[in-house]
Design a binder for this molecule. Structure first.
Ligand code: SF4
Length: 365
């Protein structure tokens, strides 16, 4: 890639006010179309794509092989600024266990958080897709904030683009604030951009989308044409519909049995990694009956179970299962040949549980 500024004259520019303003979040095809709409050859879009997602620039002025007239047009459509739409975090908190939590401002005035979780050679970035969430899971801090808006694809990508550790990240999980399938259009666009081999070029299997299981969108996700199979994590929390309804109102319209049927029907477990997330609540979902129920519900699928210690939330009438009981539960699942892992609690001292940093920032703010 040449970094020499070009000065070739190109056609007149259209009115930039009719165009979207943020480059970050546009995929290759959109950038090529945009270049043409602006009166420049389509390959200029490919060059912009390279600058954005391979060279990870933050300013239009850094795209030095674009004609000056195109850079000027891009600045016009960015409201007279030089930004590609990348914004640094407003705060960073580091836990004693090395977990870092970033808080990013959003276009409509809210905040979202992402967490960087180092574990040996693995460094996982946990992304948010919405400000708040509309799904009202009873055990979730984000649910209490209500729903305030969807993130644009660029705002999802920015959580990766704008942190200093970006190049060391090995895995990405869509497990922060929000339900990714409720913001599916932007979620899919961000997945396509993450996995584009000419851009960030992240391996699809190293990205995990976590969902409570919203059915039409889940089917779209399982059929989506990302570059390779993105991993899927389903929030299970209990195998019994009547109990799940008490934890997650989503069970009413999107029953877990239907979610499992869809995975079976599309043979999704044959082509991508599938895990079921299981937060442990003492006396509620940690009995032998639950072990048997999980084995029955998921019989024949290829999957793993991740057991998650519950962090007590004020005003929630659920209690954490003790570490010893979690270990015993895991053992009972393993005896049924179910691959089972226990997530370590991370970042407790910096409020790394979902939504907590946001809440603190707003309360202090
Ligand atoms: S657990 Fe996930 S889907 Fe449920 S309210 Fe929280 S963020 Fe939304």
């Amino acid at each position: 890639m040449s970094t020499t500024a070009e000065t070739t004259s190109e056609p007149d520019r259209p009115d930039p006010r009719s165009l979207p303003s943020t480059l970050l979040g546009m995929d290759r095809e959109e950038l090529c179309r945009m270049a043409e709409n602006l009166g420049f050859p389509a390959y200029r879009g490919t060059q912009i794509h390279h600058w954005l997602y391979r060279r990870t620039v933050r300013e239009i002025g850094q795209m030095t092989n674009l004609p000056a007239a195109l850079r000027e047009t891009l600045r016009d459509r960015a409201g007279g600024t030089d930004t590609v739409g990348a914004h640094p975090p407003v705060s960073v908190n580091e836990s004693s266990d090395g977990t870092r939590k970033y808080l990013f401002p959003t276009a409509h005035g809210g905040f979202v958080e992402s967490a960087l979780i180092p574990e040996g050679k693995r460094i996982t970035l946990c992304l948010s897709t919405q400000v708040g969430c509309r799904r009202s899971c009873t055990f979730c801090q984000t649910a209490r904030q209500g729903f305030q808006g969807n993130l644009q694809a660029g705002e999802i990508l920015n959580q990766y683009h704008s942190i200093p550790e970006r190049e060391r990240i090995t895995n990405i999980v869509y497990m922060g604030m929000g339900e990714p399938l409720d913001n599916w259009e932007n979620g899919l666009r961000s997945l396509r951009i993450f996995t584009d081999p000419e851009g960030y070029a992240l391996a699809a299997r190293r990205i995990t989308l976590s969902t409570v299981g919203i059915h039409p969108q889940l089917e779209h996700f399982l059929r989506a044409d990302t570059k390779g199979p993105v991993s899927l994590a389903i929030s299970l929390h209990t195998p019994f519909p009547e109990e799940r309804r008490r934890l997650m109102p989503v069970e009413n319209a999107n029953p877990i049995e239907e979610t499992v049927r869809l995975i079976r029907e599309l043979r999704a477990d044959r082509e991508r990694r599938i895990s079921f997330e299981y937060t442990m609540f003492s006396g509620f979902n940690d009995t032998q009956r639950h072990v048997d129920g999980i084995a029955r519900l998921l019989n024949g699928l290829r999957f793993r179970i991740n057991l998650i210690p519950f962090h007590q939330i004020e005003g929630v009438d659920l209690r954490p299962t003790s570490p010893e009981e979690i270990e015993a539960f895991a053992e009972r699942l393993r005896r049924k040949d179910i691959p089972t892992f226990i997530r370590r609690s991370r970042g407790q001292d910096i409020n790394a549980a979902c939504g907590l940093l946001w809440t603190r920032h707003v309360q202090q703010g």
